[in-house]
Design a protein around this ligand. Structure first.
Ligand code: IMP
Ligand code: MG
Length: 185
């Protein structure tokens, strides 16, 4: 279990992570997003496509707040490895199991950093000719965006610093934290 000390800081060697978004704030915002998406998809049956591994908690909490009929599937891209900086390469690890042709799909991401992953996913999925494709990301780092991507639903905008918790990892750890923490400068 990650060590969260009295000041609610996470210390990993010489690196210190401090609270950025509390569990309560996350739940509040996720509920708002779920309600908004439900309104926008009234009468439709969207397929939520979670991008593994990071989006698993967000997708689960989001879906608890969606009240239209929907389906879910998962998709996996290569990760950062154990580094904090993207390699700039994206490869496919797990394909979709569903047929998205003619369907309304909603891609669910944990965080959009450079935008490379989302751009790759959008290009790939558009070949399957969905009826519509939208993106919901819990977090976006606006200062870090390098690719021209449209994020339809955003939970929070965060500074261009490394964050962990609520699905987001550092070398595969800390995904189980309820809040989001940021690397102190
Ligand atoms: P992008 O392709 O540069 O937009 O990066 C997106 C992916 O990188 C996300 O889905 C995350 O898995 C990972 N990522 C980006 N920034 C962070 C971070 O601050 N903490 C943990 N993972 C991150
Ligand atoms: Mg991810």
């Amino acid at each position: 279990m990650p060590v969260v000390n009295k000041e609610d800081k996470i210390v990993i060697g010489s690196e210190v992570f401090v609270p950025l978004i509390s569990a309560e704030k996350i739940q509040e915002r996720v509920k708002e997003l779920g309600i908004q998406i439900s309104k926008d998809y009234e009468g439709k049956i969207p397929i939520f496509i979670g991008v593994l591994n990071g989006a698993f908690l967000f997708l689960a909490d989001l879906l608890k707040n969606v009240y239209v009929d929907c389906e879910i599937d998962f998709f996996k891209l290569s990760s950062y490895g154990d580094e904090k900086i993207s390699s700039g390469n994206v490869t496919l690890i797990k394909e979709l199991n569903c047929d998205v042709n003619g369907r309304d799909i909603i891609i669910v991401e944990d965080i959009v950093d450079s935008g490379l992953s989302i751009k790759y996913i959008e290009e790939l999925f558009s070949r399957y000719k969905p009826a519509g494709m939208k993106v919901v990301s819990l977090l976006v780092k606006p200062e870090s965006l390098k690719y021209n991507v449209k994020i339809d639903y955003i939970g929070f905008e965060v500074p261009n610093r490394f964050v962990i918790g609520y699905g987001l990892d550092y070398a595969q750890k800390f995904r189980n934290l309820r809040s989001i923490y940021v690397l102190e400068e």
